[in-house]
Structures are given as structure tokens and as C-alpha cells.
Write a protein that binds this ligand. Structure first.
Ligand SMILES: CC(C)(COP(=O)(O)OP(=O)(O)OC[C@H]1O[C@@H](n2cnc3c(N)ncnc32)[C@H](O)[C@@H]1OP(=O)(O)O)[C@@H](O)C(=O)NCCC(=O)NCCS
Length: 146
């Protein structure tokens, strides 16, 4: 059974493992732990039969928010789970009354870009050489939540 729920401290080790398997410049466990303590951060986990296999992190600021992180266990990608997590984050933001969601994505990340385009995000800017390991531009994407 697939469930999306708010993350808890007991999920941090699984989140960190997926994060390290997903990014060349991973967030530390400490930064995820600090996120859990902040009232402007919404961290969700996706579980299959009780096992964490994905997560999302959204930062809220006024009536806007930013999808700061999204990842699915490498072996479980391409099965609709990233879309499921993104849909949950979009629904949560909409239900909170937020008006717009932004995100940054690597130029070369075709899988994520495809997912975001399918969910109605469009490009509104570019940050040159924003990412390290490897160095690369970030695209800034936006989606209205109304
Ligand atoms: C990006 C990520 C979360 C997507 O999760 P996922 O579970 O593999 O995605 P889904 O199976 O829900 O796919 C959603 C859509 O994206 C498409 N897609 C996913 N990966 C793709 C790829 N590598 N190439 C092309 N399309 C891809 C799917 O075909 C699907 O499109 P459809 O609705 O037209 O069929 C996952 O690949 C991941 O964890 N990547 C590493 C971390 C990362 O890059 N996060 C995003 C940072 S901005």
C-alpha cells in the first residue's frame, strides 16, 4: 500500500540514504532534521508497505512556496511515485491557500523536467552555474496553484 504522510524523525535515515543515491551534492541528515523543526517547511515521505521510498520538501514563504527537494528510491523510479509525491505537495500547498509554487531543476535533468512539465510548471528564469558536482545552470520553474 502506498501512503504519503508528513515526515518524522524516524524517517531521517531512509531519507538521507535516498538523498545520497539521488544527488551529487546531497543535503546532510542534519539539514533534513532541521527542516522537520521549522514551521515553514513541509516534508513528506512516501511509503510502500511502511518503507520510505521517496520524499518531498516544500518551503513556504507568504503566499508562495518552493519545492526544495523531491526524490524517489532509484530502484522504484518510473512507476508514478514521483508524480504521486508531487501531486500530494501541490494539493497540500493549494489547501493551505498558497498561490504559486516555484522550483529549481538542473538543465540536464530530463526526467524531472518532464514530470514538472506534465504537472503544469513552466520556465520563468535560469540561474547560471547554480549547481556544483557537476557545475550546471538551474532552470527556475513556476506553477500557479489556483
Ligand atoms: C525526478 C524523480 C523524483 C521522478 O520520480 P519518478 O517516480 O521516477 O517519476 P514518475 O514515474 O512519477 O514519472 C512522472 C513522469 O515523468 C516521466 N519521467 C520520469 N523519469 C523520466 C526520465 N528519466 N526520462 C523521461 N521521462 C521521465 C515519466 O514518464 C512520467 O511521465 P508521464 O506522466 O508522461 O508518463 C526521480 O527520477 C528522482 O528521484 N530523481 C533523482 C532526484 C531528482 O532529480 N529530483 C528532482 C530534483 S529537481
Amino acid at each position: 500500500m502506498i501512503v504519503v504522510r508528513p515526515a518524522a524523525a524516524a524517517d531521517l535515515d531512509a531519507i538521507e540514504r535516498i538523498e545520497r543515491a539521488s544527488f551529487g551534492d546531497p543535503w546532510s541528515l542534519k539539514s533534513f532534521a532541521e527542516s522537520l523543526a521549522r514551521d515553514f517547511v513541509r516534508t513528506n515521505v512516501l511509503l510502500e508497505d511502511g518503507v520510505v521510498i521517496g520524499y518531498s520538501v516544500v518551503w513556504v514563504s507568504g503566499e508562495e512556496c518552493e519545492l526544495a527537494n523531491l526524490a524517489v528510491e532509484p530502484a522504484r523510479r518510473g512507476q508514478g511515485l514521483g508524480a504521486h509525491l508531487l501531486d500530494a505537495a501541490l494539493r497540500q500547498a493549494h489547501d493551505e491557500g498558497l498561490l504559486v509554487m516555484f522550483l529549481e531543476v538542473r538543465d540536464s535533468n530530463v526526467g524531472a523536467r518532464h514530470l514538472y512539465a506534465r504537472r503544469g510548471f513552466h520556465e520563468v528564469g535560469r540561474r547560471p552555474r547554480y549547481y556544483q558536482h557537476p557545475e550546471e545552470d538551474a532552470l527556475i520553474l513556476r506553477r500557479d496553484l489556483g
